[in-house]
Design a binder for this molecule. Structure first.
Ligand SMILES: Nc1nc2c(ncn2[C@@H]2O[C@H](COP(=O)(O)OP(=O)(O)OP(=O)(O)O)[C@@H](O)[C@H]2O)c(=O)[nH]1
Ligand SMILES: [Mg+2]
Length: 631
């Protein structure tokens, strides 16, 4: 794909901006379309996880990445997340100095996320630009503790610097599944995580699973450990060790001591460090952009590898489809081969058929004539048939019954095998429910009947056609089309690969008489050709019967369309994303230090920002941005 020149939109006022990068946006939009259309219909093992992963990747694109790429200079979204009751809502309220999100003793308290933004930033969040799946409410009153989920409450607050928004999320380890899922979505939409835990719960498994995920994709995060009793430094040290061990050694860690709440709020000094840090961030557009870009890059890289995994899952769907089809194909191909064998090696010419054939042609004289040569046979045949009924209904019926039984057995056997193979395969087993596929279809007996009669009519037709120019000959007339037709049927059941049973030494006298009879009328060459033709007509009808039976299985796959699943086009788009992301990173303006924007302090941050001169960044902030880090 040719990558169009990016739209650089030079950064205004000399500061770094996350300019809209058209090729990257375009590639990610195409990635989204591909993912939405990705067929994952078969229940191959692990497909639930794959489907959830596809949804999560799409959500990450919709909730976070595409909105960020479509609009540069959007406020930085800081999502406050963590365990239930860790004090997230209390922290947000305390930072703002007012109760915007109802804290509570009933767990989980926060169900509807609360997004606090500067009044001038409201428009960034009132549209469905970010988190489009959440309905907006904007009541000024704190939400009822057990408010309805799936909505985002917007609260303007001039306490917050412009360019920075705080989102109080539901708990990540909720007993409430919907709450937990929503918390995950919100964290995925964050530019920055403010992760709240407590001295009692900092080692819990669920939060660490999320934090590890954040570290893996280099999402920016800061941790707050709440309710730390005096003298509990060991807890803080242990947490710091865990952070280093899990790849979050560069993330700031804030310690909030255990204190008595005043009007539900933490006292100012307790939140001063967090507050200062956020205020700094709000005041520094370049730093905000830095954080936003770092998280965005991590998400792009993460999506690239996840999309590759989904491409592999699409291939696995197609492979499963092919595997299931192959099982059906092999069961029915074996059935067809079995029918072909049984209907050509003379096996059908025993028992009832033989008895009826002998009723018809008799024994003794005719067989002796065969041994004595064709000339004698012709004479005896002519004599033999003269005065006999021109029909041979017994043989025809016995042949029909024999053929029907063979076909029904073969169809049952194939259905049983295909069914068993599918049942042993999770992707196949899921398709069998409610369908009666373990045996031949109910209507098959009638259909077999129809086809067998059809074939017998075909054979009579062949004889009639062949006899057309000999219609006048005495022999044709004396034997009659039925006797010749039945003889051709008999011969067809003792012939394979263009050779008659007589030539390959099977089927004994039954077929020999039939063959001699036909040769006496039509000649050797014509009989050979007629036999091949009769066999082919039979094979075609058998194939169509068995195809119809197999289609009961393959039709299930056709309906799902996993055959079209293909990871290749998705991988192509992923490659485009990689190329566009590389181009976008290469043309970024160098990071320029400096402050601008809203410099009003958050509550508790006053003492520091009241200084006239720009204050050097805190050590943890440098670490957060990865600057001044030891090589
Ligand atoms: N003493 C004291 N109580 C606190 C502190 N932080 C929170 N609390 C109380 O702990 C309880 C839970 O606090 P919330 O702020 O609702 O916790 P949350 O993390 O928002 O909880 P969910 O919304 O359920 O996830 C409330 O009763 C708070 O008043 C603190 O630092 N000190
Ligand atoms: Mg809460």
């Amino acid at each position: 794909m040719s990558v169009p020149e990016p739209d650089p939109r030079p950064a205004a006022s000399g500061r770094l901006e996350a300019a809209v990068h058209v090729p990257l946006l375009d590639a990610l939009e195409r990635l989204r379309n591909r993912l939405v259309a990705l067929p994952l219909p078969l229940r191959v093992s692990g497909v639930d996880a794959v489907r959830a992963e596809r949804d999560a990747v799409i959500a990450q694109l919709d909730d976070y990445l595409l909105p960020r790429l479509r609009a540069h200079n959007a406020p930085l979204l800081v999502v406050v997340g963590g365990s239930t009751g860790a004090g997230k809502s209390t922290l947000v309220n305390s930072l703002l100095g007012e109760v915007v999100s109802a804290p509570g003793v009933l767990r989980p308290t926060t169900r509807s996320p609360v997004l606090v933004h500067h009044p001038l930033d409201g428009r960034w969040f009132s549209t469905d630009r970010v988190l489009p799946a959440l309905a907006r409410t904007s009541s000024d009153a704190p939400a009822a503790p057990a408010g309805v989920g799936r909505e985002l409450r917007l609260v303007p607050s001039a306490t917050l610097p412009q360019g920075l928004a705080l989102l109080d999320a539901p708990d990540i380890d909720s007993v409430d599944v919907a709450n937990r899922a929503l918390a995950g979505e919100l964290l995925a939409a964050a530019d920055l995580w403010l992760f709240v835990t407590t001295a009692a719960r900092y080692a819990d498994a669920v939060p660490w699973e999320l934090l590890r995920g954040a570290a893996r994709r280099r999402a920016r995060a800061a941790l707050v450990v709440d309710r730390v009793d005096p003298g509990a430094e060991a807890v803080v040290d242990d947490l710091r060790r865990m952070m280093v061990g899990e790849g979050l050694g560069d993330s700031p860690l804030f310690v909030v001591p255990e204190t008595v709440l005043v009007d539900g709020l933490l006292p100012e000094p307790a939140v001063a460090a967090v507050s200062r840090w956020l205020t700094d961030l709000g005041a520094d557009a370049a730093a905000r952009t830095d954080v936003a870009l770092a998280t965005r890059d991590g998400v792009v890289d993460d999506l690239v590898s996840r999309a590759r995994g989904l491409a592999a899952a699409a291939d696995a769907q197609r492979e499963a489809d092919a595997r299931l089809r192959e099982r059906v194909h092999s069961a029915y191909a074996d059935a067809a081969a079995h029918v072909r064998a049984v209907t050509s090696d003379g096996a059908l010419l025993r028992g009832e058929v033989l008895a009826r054939w002998q009723d018809f042609v008799g024994t003794g004289d005719l067989f002796r004539s065969v041994e004595q040569g064709v000339g004698r046979l012709r004479d005896s045949l002519t004599g033999f048939f003269r005065g006999r009924p021109a029909v041979a209904p017994g043989v025809e019926t016995a042949l029909a019954h024999g053929l029907q039984a063979v076909l029904l057995d073969a169809a049952d056997e194939a259905a049983g095998r295909a069914h068993a193979a599918w049942r042993a395969d999770p992707a196949g087993a899921a398709l069998l429910g409610g369908l009666e596929l373990s045996r031949a279809s109910r209507g098959l007996r009638d259909e077999v009947d129809r086809q067998v009669r059809g074939w017998q009519a075909d054979v009579l037709g062949l004889v009639r056609e062949q006899g057309a120019d000999r219609r006048g000959t005495a022999r044709y007339l004396s034997f009659g089309v039925n006797a010749l037709g039945v003889s051709l049927m008999v011969l067809a059941f003792a012939s394979t690969g263009g050779l008659t049973g007589v030539e390959v030494g099977i089927a004994g006298g039954t077929a020999v008489v039939a063959q001699k009879l036909l040769e006496a009328v039509f000649g050797d060459d014509a009989v050979r050709r007629l036999t091949v033709e009769a066999r082919e007509r039979l094979d075609v009808r058998v194939a169509s019967l068995l195809d119809g039976e197999a289609a009961r299985f393959t039709g299930q796959l056709d309906a799902l369309g996993a055959m079209q699943a293909d990871g290749a086009p998705l991988r192509e788009v992923v490659d485009d994303v990689v190329a566009a992301a590389r181009a976008e990173r290469a043309q970024r303006a160098p990071v320029r230090p400096g402050h601008d924007g809203d410099t009003r302090p958050l509550r508790g941050a006053g003492t520091v920002l009241d200084e006239a001169a720009p204050r050097p960044r805190r050590g943890f902030w440098r670490r957060l941005l990865g600057r001044d880090a030891p090589a």
